[in-house]
Design a protein around this ligand. Structure first.
Ligand SMILES: [Zn+2]
Length: 257
């Protein structure tokens, strides 16, 4: 087998493990935040009976599957978000590994992936996209802009072009809200797009918006959630897809003009 391909597969296996562990950790931290507990203090426990979880109950993905999604002590259902967060972390990290390979740039995208996962979990739990996470996304981009020594003028020009997408969306949403006289889209979602504009080109950001809407509609139709669905997780998933695999799709579309 081609040694480069073998190395990439090896990298992706470890990235899946790292992403799944991170997903498990972030899910626990966000659950504690949503329930008013200290985020990073105390050992992992069942949210229902409070029993401390043993190491074998903390193996990402496998523990959930082997226990059939139920607590071993009280039999109460473990929220499906636990499994989703672990799978999303693992798959997201693998996507970045496939796209960027073993490179310095990969670190920038893995940190963005972790922040997007935290944003998704917070939006899912409390319908809030914390500004702190969006600021961390901006800070991460600024640091890696310097570390990767990317051409400053061109990069800033690209970012400003991408910012047109959330700005246009904001105008559209304000107009729609005036006409419909009710909230059309959360302000947090537009701020998330603005933070993503620092990472993605404007066609990738448009693809993110379109993909997020399609995923959101599919999620709304398939899910049983009552009331308005959080848009952050769908935007985050679409952003990872656009960053890693959007290029060929965008080239194909632009080929028509
Ligand atoms: Zn329990």
């Amino acid at each position: 087998m081609n040694p480069d391909l073998l190395l990439k597969i090896y990298l992706c296996v470890w990235l899946f493990v790292a992403g799944a562990v991170l997903g498990s950790f972030l899910d626990c931290a966000v659950w504690r935040w949503a329930h008013g507990e200290a985020m990073f203090r105390g050992r992992s426990h069942c949210g229902s009976c409070g029993k401390i979880l043993s190491p074998r109950e903390l193996v990402p993905v496998f523990s959930f599957l082997f226990s059939r999604g139920k607590c071993r002590h009280c039999g109460e259902k473990i929220p499906a978000e636990c499994l989703w967060a672990e799978l999303a972390g693992g798959v997201g990290f693998v996507c970045f590994g496939v796209k960027f390979g073993l490179s310095l740039e990969l670190a920038q995208w893995l940190i963005l992936g972790a922040l997007l996962l935290a944003v998704s979990l917070a939006d899912g739990a409390k319908r809030i996209i914390p500004d702190r996470l969006l600021l961390a996304m901006a800070a991460n981009r600024a640091v890696w802009l310097l570390v990767l020594r990317q051409p400053l003028a061109d990069t800033v020009k690209g970012m400003l072009a991408s910012c047109v997408v959330p700005a246009a969306l904001l105008c559209f949403v304000l107009l729609a809200e005036k006409v419909m006289k009710k909230e059309a889209m959360g302000g947090g979602d537009i701020k998330l797009l603005l933070a993503l504009a620092l990472y993605l080109s404007w066609p990738e950001l448009l693809l993110t918006l379109l993909g997020g809407c399609l995923l959101g509609i599919a999620g709304g139709l398939l899910g049983k959630r009552q009331g308005a669905i959080p848009f952050g997780p769908y935007l985050a998933a679409a952003a990872v897809g656009a960053a890693c695999f959007g290029g060929p799709l965008i080239d194909w579309y632009l080929g028509f003009f």
